[in-house]
Design a protein around this ligand. Structure first.
Ligand code: AMP
Length: 138
């Protein structure tokens, strides 16, 4: 099928769709998931268009994972979380719904369950406040 340049994350990268941005560099962008499974659920995507981990340029992947590491630390600190989970899905059979490579970063507290994947839209003011909280820890 090939990479679809009209996917929602490609639109965010082109500025054609809004995002609650956390940070970016030449290679990657971090922003809030609009249907978070936990408060602080953040996504990191490469700026290069690729569907998933398997078709990513290894160098771009290396740059992107460095942003994942940095943002994961900031998310953990911002939400005072004892743990942080990184998730990354490849293919619809694995649950992937947006076909532009992305890493999920989710603060974790033992006993606190996840909300449903990609289901309920979060309040936009809350997302902006969460993005600000994470930016303050970068
Ligand atoms: P996946 O199922 O791993 O492909 O995850 C896609 C994620 O993108 C889900 O967690 C969705 O909630 C999230 N998502 C979908 N549309 C947007 C959007 N416009 N801005 C931010 N996150 C989004």
């Amino acid at each position: 099928m090939g990479y679809d340049t009209d996917n929602i994350f490609a639109k965010i990268l082109r500025g054609e769709a809004p995002a609650f941005k956390v940070c970016e560099n030449d290679f990657a962008l971090a922003f809030m998931d609009v249907m978070p499974q936990v408060d602080g659920h953040t996504l990191v995507i490469p700026k290069d268009g690729c569907e998933d981990l398997l078709d990513a340029d290894p160098q771009i992947l290396g740059e992107t994972i460095q942003v994942v590491q940095t943002v994961a630390g900031a998310v953990k600190e911002a939400f005072e979380a004892p743990g942080v989970m990184i998730a990354q899905l490849n293919g619809s059979a694995a649950g992937q719904t947006v076909f532009h490579l992305h890493f999920h970063i989710m603060p974790r507290f033992s006993g606190l369950e996840f909300r449903m994947h990609a289901r309920d839209m979060e309040d936009f003011d809350k997302l902006e406040k969460h993005a600000e909280r994470i930016r303050a820890c970068l």
